[in-house]
Design a protein. Structure first.
Length: 85
């Protein structure tokens, strides 16, 4: 019986073979194509609920609203030539 680990091993082998034969960029595009095909097949089989996915992403955004994006910026330094006393 083929398990998820077997599929992962085959995908890893195919990625390295494409990397060697075609280059890293082409191998990465192959992975992106495989991912797009997987998502499309999952959606067509009914295994991907877009409303649930949208709800999860919306909840994740709501969780991040209270978190500051970055610490406060330091005060601006005056421009021009420094005055030495």
């Amino acid at each position: 019986m083929i398990t998820t680990k077997h599929y992962a091993a085959a995908l890893g082998f195919a990625f390295v073979a494409a990397w060697i034969g075609l280059g890293f960029g082409a191998a990465t595009l192959c992975l992106l194509g495989a991912l797009a095909g997987y998502v499309a097949a999952t959606f067509l089989e009914g295994g991907l609920d877009m409303a649930e996915l949208q709800g999860r992403l919306g909840a994740a955004r709501d969780d991040l609203k209270g978190v500051p994006a970055s610490p406060a910026a330091p005060p601006a330094r005056p421009r021009g030539r420094p005055v030495v006393r």
